[in-house]
Design a protein around this ligand. Structure first.
Ligand code: MSP
Length: 497
């Protein structure tokens, strides 16, 4: 029986085009999804867009566009982002989709109805967060994340009894039944959860029309988070009892940014408990990308356009840079300077050089062909291959430390380049053909291993390397007597001018 693996990204607000932070989140999930597919798991990768709420309406107005037209355009840009970065999502859900999404949001609403009550409420609403904030959350009267003063709101809302479920949710987080990775984020939530209050689950429709009307109460529109969180099950056809829901739910991983952890680790599990549905198994939390050390913001004008980055350097290069440079569970910095340094160092001089050197040596000295035979290795050669094959770094993928997995792969690349320098195969080819064959047998094995490991991170590069050597990446191990046939190729990563 195959395992199933259901993984999701957060769904982005369609209040503007995607930025590089969105690309990072797509890529992190993409690596996990590709890895699980390679492992043979029946994988389902969902992403989408969060299209309701006040922020979105405001952005459409600012752009002088009808909200529907505006969200259609923005959703299209996020779809384009998945294509530009070679992201392997299986599905894309939009919360404005009245056929796929709305029925599920309504169904959940009806199921949790006993835990909803109406009350008059006075609070401070941060539009950037799409959430009420406590006075104690503010710094100098402004939201510390969005740097804006929250709006004072007094209105009648539906409230959800989060307080009723917080103990149970806390227990599940503590026991690891609901895993939160990294550990620091788990502690953060455990510190917050005792103070959690009931949450507003609707806004008066006279103030906010753009959203899902509350079932049986046309005067209210569903709160954008209550609506958005449901995407994780609406996409599986929860409302119409699609077998996909039975098959894939609960999610194995919700991957989200640190700013929205509390919605995923408190409100969403509480909603599911109230509805009698199983909880997701894990929440992986990433940090924020800063740019040249500064917070990315429209006001500062330092927002990195993910489309420009791929146009300049290619999807494979930006994938590599983001996944290696930004520690998966932490904040990290983006700069084109660092990207170019990594390009020259890790890609051109590291991986590209290794592939080029070994391919050329086989081309020039073995007539393009190497039949892989263990018997061509002496004891040291055998041991070398064995040792390198045991280095995989893929355990780090399972721990959501994708950058460390790449560190390991690059250890192998440096090891292989070091081995070439040490053995000097260009001399061996002339003076000792037996030793030369042995060196190439080791190196081809290492390159096969490297490209196999690289697949989730740099799928096109892995394929290109396999093509250059005529290798078969469907097998992790090299089959004895496998015939590698080298084909000439352009350099993988030409040096930047
Ligand atoms: N719509 C909500 C999520 C609803 S999920 C049911 C939302 N949207 S968002 O567009 O603001 O953010 C989408 C994702 O991008 C979030 O996981 C968020 O943390 C992430 N990022 C936003 N800015 C980021 C960076 N600067 N760096 C990395 N990721 C960032 O929140």
């Amino acid at each position: 029986m195959k395992n199933k693996f259901y993984i999701t990204t957060a769904i982005a607000y369609t209040n503007g085009p995607p930025h590089i932070g969105h690309a990072l989140e797509f890529l992190q999930v993409d690596v996990l999804a590709r890895y699980h597919r390679i492992m043979g798991d029946d994988t389902y990768f969902l992403t989408g867009t969060d299209e309701h709420g006040a922020t979105v309406v405001k952005a459409a107005e600012k752009n002088g566009k009808d909200v529907k037209v505006f969200v259609d355009e923005m959703a299209e840009k996020f779809k384009e982002l998945t294509r530009a970065y070679n992201v392997s999502n299986d599905d894309f859900i939009r919360t404005s989709d009245q056929v796929r999404h709305w029925p599920a949001a309504r169904k959940i609403w009806n199921l949790i109805k006993d835990d909803l009550y109406k009350k008059n409420y006075q609070g401070l609403y941060c539009i950037g967060h799409e959430a009420f904030m406590k006075k104690s959350d503010l710094v100098d009267g402004v939201c510390p994340l969005h740097k804006t003063e929250p709006e004072k709101i007094e209105e009648e809302n539906w409230f959800f009894k989060l307080t009723k479920y917080k103990k149970e949710v806390k227990k599940k987080i503590e026991s690891g039944e609901l895993k939160i990775i990294p550990e620091t984020r788990k502690q953060e939530i455990l510190n917050l959860i005792d103070d959690a209050e009931d949450v507003s689950f609707s806004r008066p429709s006279k103030d906010l029309k753009w959203g899902i009307p509350v079932p049986n109460d046309e005067t209210q529109t569903m709160y954008v988070w209550a609506d958005a969180l449901t995407n994780y099950i609406s996409a599986l056809g929860y409302a119409e009892e699609n077998p996909k829901f039975e098959k894939y739910w609960p999610a194995d991983v919700h991957l989200v940014g640190k700013d929205i952890l509390r919605f995923h680790a408190m409100i969403w599990p509480a909603m599911l408990l109230s509805a009698g549905l199983p909880l997701p198994k894990a929440i992986y939390v990433h940090g924020f990308i800063t740019v040249d050390g500064e917070k990315m913001s429209k006001t500062v004008g330092n927002v990195v356009d993910p489309f420009e980055a791929v146009k300049k350097y290619s999807a494979e290069v930006v994938r590599y840079f983001l996944l290696r440079e930004i520690p998966s569970g932490d904040d990290g910095d983006f700069s084109y300077k660092k990207l170019e340094e990594r390009y020259n160092g890790d890609l051109a001089n590291g991986l590209g050089n290794l592939v080029q050197r070994v391919a050329t040596l086989i081309e020039n000295n073995l007539d393009n062909e190497l039949i892989w035979d263990k018997n061509n290795l002496d004891e040291i050669g055998k041991k070398t291959v064995e040792v390198w094959f045991s280095v995989t770094g893929h355990t780090y993928i399972r721990q959501f430390e994708l950058h460390r997995s790449l560190d390991k792969i690059w250890e192998i690349i440096s090891g292989a380049n070091g081995y070439v320098d040490e053995r000097k195969p260009w001399v061996e080819a002339k003076e000792n053909p037996k030793k030369f064959l042995e060196t190439m047998t080791v190196l081809v094995a290492m390159i096969h291993h490297i490209s196999w490991l690289l697949q989730p991170f740099m799928p096109e590069t892995a394929d290109k390397i396999a093509k250059i050597f005529g290798a078969d990446l469907s097998n992790k191990e090299i089959t004895e007597n496998y015939k590698f046939i080298v084909r000439k190729s352009e350099g993988l990563f030409p040096r930047l001018k």
